[in-house]
Design a protein around this ligand. Sequence first.
Ligand SMILES: *[C@@H]1O[C@H](CO)[C@@H](O)[C@H](O)[C@H]1NC(C)=O
Ligand SMILES: *[C@@H]1O[C@H](CO)[C@@H](O)[C@H](O)[C@H]1NC(C)=O
Length: 499
Amino acid sequence: MSVCKRWLKLVGVVVLLMLENVASHDYGDALSKSILFFEGQRSGKLPPNQRMTWRKDSALNDGFQIGVDLVGGYYDAGDNVKFNFPMAFSTTMLAWSVLEFGKLMDSDLKLGLDAIRWATDYFLKATSIPGFVFVQVGDPDGDHNCWERPEDMDTPRTPYAVSKQFPGSEVSAEISAALAASAMVFRTIDLAYSARLLKRARMVFDFADRYRGSYNDSLGPWVCPFYCDFSGYEDELVWGAAWLFKATKMLYYWNYVNENIHNLENHVAKTTNGDQYRGGSFAEFGWDTKHAGINVLVSKLVMSGNLQSSPFLPNSDKFVCSILPESPTISVSYSPGGLLFKPGGSNLQHATALSFLLLVYARYLNQVNRNVHCGNVVVTTTRLIQFTRGQVDYILGSNPLNMSYMVGYGKKYPKKIHHRGSSLPSFDKHPGRINCAGGASYFDSLNPNPNLLIGAVVGGPDISDSYVDSRSDFVHSEPTTYINAPLVGVLAYFKSHSS
Ligand SMILES: *[C@@H]1O[C@H](CO)[C@@H](O)[C@H](O)[C@H]1NC(C)=O
Ligand SMILES: *[C@@H]1O[C@H](CO)[C@@H](O)[C@H](O)[C@H]1NC(C)=O
């Protein structure tokens, strides 16, 4: 080969690499940002190593009016309420992300652990009085009627609890799941802390199971229509038991899962959309419904052990077949640009949570060399991973608008997110108080938000791939902790498997 030809070949390789770079995403950058977002949602006394510095201490007296320390935890979304039900689910998903993909997170692992601990420290406080579980702090109506920085809040910080007499099995069992999953995360890092989390997880699960009922009924208008439990509390009880089995290996929890999974099959429940369904609802997974998550989580235990035959594997397969576009039994929709859609607001919560499950299931299947059969269609693990990557790439900007839905990632991203702290001037710029009504002009402003909530993933585009960057359009422009939490794990995977 002549020198010239060799040189041409080299140029060709370089051009090819450059093209690949254009098409591919910086998953490592997105991973770091997806974790940084949680710092922007912190409630309480911020630590010296806080990186999102436009946020300051807030809600430093939560719980004090009734003599309980409930300082800390996360604001749920663009408001300043601490809703423990979705907060616990986000924590479970952060912990699961680290359990599956923590080895791939490099320097972000430590920051991911900090994000989990910010929640678990708070959940230890929320469950410190036996017989009670605090499930929410902040009057949601009072909060939602104001557009205020968390640092300025003057709305009622009412603490809400469930008890033996007024139970809340769904929220208690989800907190138990979060504590159990986090106990596993911290086992090799801080054994004493891990043991505390696990002990509390078992206590809270016992409370959730022994005093059964929905917090819907116990707390009515304080939790509905905000994080109303539509799908019943049976799924959280089985989910909590599954995590406790994983964390303790105690037969009691394994039997609990197997005895109660059939209750889910017979239970008539509703999706967040209000549609009724009967049966294991293998296709649902999110802050309200844990079914598909239970199946995938337990499928690993079934595959790797000689544990009894069970519905978990077939139901996980049915889950896969309900999602993949080529499957004959698909039950989700897709935008022309390829983004997954399910009914209910904040659509990207579905894309991130379901992608996480598909990726995790693909890895479990890989270990035993198994494919999924959807009618005559064979779905390989390679296909599952490719599908997941397509969803992530869409979120990061490979879509008809070339728009990243993660704030601060890529060239074009949402500038007017529905988020009080992000849209109001920071304390550094405006130390004077901005009261409840004083925020209105900032809410109505057509200017971009002054503070970047880096890493926040918003509700996302509509089903025709369009996005109106509007603060008032909260269905599409509001970030939530449970959109980001599953994405953390998925991004860690693609960071080290980017081709
Ligand atoms: C919670 O309340 C909603 C709305 O009223 C209702 O649809 C749902 O069935 C209730 N869930 C439980 C578990 O009672
Ligand atoms: C998106 O990017 C592609 C490729 O660079 C370009 O062809 C297309 O016009 C862009 N679309 C929009 C809406 O900017």
